[in-house]
Design a binder for this molecule. Sequence first.
Ligand SMILES: NC(=O)c1ccc[n+]([C@@H]2O[C@H](COP(=O)([O-])OP(=O)(O)OC[C@H]3O[C@@H](n4cnc5c(N)ncnc54)[C@H](OP(=O)(O)O)[C@@H]3O)[C@@H](O)[C@H]2O)c1
Length: 312
Amino acid sequence: MQAATYKEFGGADKIEVTTVTLPEVKEGEVLVRIKAAGVNPVDAAVREGYLKDFLPYKFPIIPGWDMAGVIEERGFSARRFEVGDAVYAYARRPVVQHGTFAEYIVIPESYLSAKPENISFEEAAGIPLVGLTAYQSLFDAGQLQQGQTVLILGGSGGVGSLGIQLAKAKGATVIGVASQKNHTFMKELGADFTIDYKDQDVGAATKKIAPDGVDLIFDCASGETLQQSLSALKPSGKLVSILNQGQDLDKSIDFEYVFVEPNSSQLDKLRAFTEAGQLKVHVSHTYSLQQTAEALTQIQTLHTKGKIVITP
Ligand SMILES: NC(=O)c1ccc[n+]([C@@H]2O[C@H](COP(=O)([O-])OP(=O)(O)OC[C@H]3O[C@@H](n4cnc5c(N)ncnc54)[C@H](OP(=O)(O)O)[C@@H]3O)[C@@H](O)[C@H]2O)c1
């Protein structure tokens, strides 16, 4: 099969699209023909070697953790899906090696969930990693409740754009933070209020909207924006970050760092939100497998609107 690969950590020039041998389909595994693979900032971070001390890896590495595709073959005991079924997955395995920027993947069927029926493969491939991140941050760590107010830092990106919609589906009031050019987009996703992080203090701007402060800050941006926003957190409020692991944070803050975990039951829930019309994915650009390096360079800017995907 054709796959994007790299043999050592480094920049975009390390990516080579080449022919690789498909692994054998073992017990409990399935072979999936990948129709689309979502691109995430972490794919570039892993390639740079930033996570090499935390995640075991084996070269050559096929990057990519998101995918939507069709079951082509089932291993012994893999019986949850039929050949021909459309599925989607957050395919991060214990060892970084067999990713989704490829024509096929062999993967334990436990990672898979049925693809939402009402959206394209490209849109479905944009959901798993960011959707699970938003779900686990807002609902598991953040315990967001109906009627509460949540401030989402980085509301127009992959995680934030799904986070806004999940928070609205829960019945929360949502304040989205991104640059001015993305404010209409965040409103279309359901944000009740929007704040530009440039040229103003985000905490003060939030207090103008919610004078008593917010119940939850969901941090997908960090840096100065996060530090400013803390003045708008209620004393009883919680901070959930997917970037900051506690550095430079006052110990009195109720804080949790989330690193997204594969969870096919939660993918089932995200499918239900999607099929109910409560979750949409904005795919801003589609790249070919040959353009993998370009896609990874774009995602590294941290200014992607919605999602970008690769169609192998
Ligand atoms: N821990 C985890 O499990 C986990 C999971 C997923 C992602 N992440 C990390 O979380 C971050 C966001 O991921 P993503 O996929 O959503 O990225 P993304 O698609 O690139 O989105 C980035 C978002 O941040 C906004 N932004 C950029 N600079 C900002 C600033 N200074 N203040 C406020 N907002 C700013 C962008 O808006 P504008 O373009 O308008 O500036 C955009 O909305 C990445 O660093 C990623 O690696 C962590």
